[in-house]
Design a protein around this ligand. Sequence first.
Ligand code: PLP
Length: 434
Amino acid sequence: MIYNENQQKIARKIDSDSSNSHWRDWKWQVKNRITSLSALNKLLELNLSKDKIEQIQKTISKFPLSITPYYLSLIDIDHFEHDPVFLQSVPSIQELTISCADMPDPLDEDSDSPVPGITHRYPDRVLFLVSNVCAMYCRHCTRKRKVGDIDEIPSKEVIDSGLAYIRNTPVIRDVLLSGGDPFLLSDSMLDYILTELRAIKHVETIRIGTRTPVVLPYRITDELVAILKKHHPLWINTHFNHPREMTTSAKQALAKLADAGIPLGNQTVLLAGVNDCPKIMRALMHKLTVNRVRPYYLYQCDLSEGLSHFRTPVGKGIEIIESLIGHTSGFCVPTYVIDAPGGGGKIPVMPNYLISWSTNKVILRNYEGVITTYREPDSYEPTFCDRNCETCDLQLALDDATEYRSVGIEKLLADHDETFALVPHDNDRMKRRD
Ligand SMILES: *Cc1c(COP(=O)(O)O)cnc(C)c1O
């Protein structure tokens, strides 16, 4: 049900006259965002200790709080301390722990910025921050340093100077609108930005990064979709981190966007205590694809200040990808990336499948542990060798060559052995063949 009992209770506490239509009105949701600890306490009745309240208050003064009534209503109050929605939205004192690895702007976005709001890092595309406002302040936000900073709200002039940079830079063929959340802008402002971008000949694709389908699904109105549809090819990336976020309201928002012909992607951040589990990730990826969202990136948590309690070792991400590749549909597998500190951009880190290779064979392993070979073409002549053995200095006729017995990977690499795969005894697939 879209308007369940819990949501009804929260809505009444916010506004005794509220109705179902209020709840589904995105402006009502934004207007009634929970931004103070007292409001949070009133709505959730968590019975927090005095200590805990003081801690949260202290955190809020550095990193502000904002939660939509809708997102708040997804918290399982009986188990809130381990609730993925709670952990992503309610401040924790751990945010004030600055670890030695932390940096205020780890991705060096400000250094790669030719004009305010634009980060031009890659050759053919730019990141364009068009909004500083979000419906919900994610506790794991990589741009925490900017959140809630009034001075950072991009003015019309800043947006126009960004547009001018793109107009005057012909190598840009892809513009990525982000923020803040671009969908917190008004319909008319969005239409203005998209119309201006579409008028630039060299801009081929426009992308929007938004978390509204997760934290404010009612923002995806028919009016908004009608505007977006005018500006194809337009791609949207959203940000689901946990299967619990895929509610009826979220599904409806995604369906509207997909029905408008907008290709949908998802960027998940790997977060300790929230989704650092192969089973949770697998369920999330399946829920996304069922709702026509293609998993795009899985991010290693950035080194921004105040995120140390969310970080996992890189091995956790590798383990998760290992549990997806081969085990489920290829389009359910995101690319695991680390956004390089210092502005190097996103670097893919995936499990290794290429075990070894010689000049004409590669040794591969699959998800089951099967080790196999791929024989490369004989007819391809690499330029580094003229294959004239008469003039070659290598001593090819080794006396004991015939006595040599090769084992393991070396056996697969050897030309004199016909074995082409090593298969474990207890492989389920092989048992089915018997
Ligand atoms: C992520 C990012 C992009 C887009 O990268 P893709 O790999 O093309 O999705 C562009 N610019 C900046 C600064 C980014 O951080």
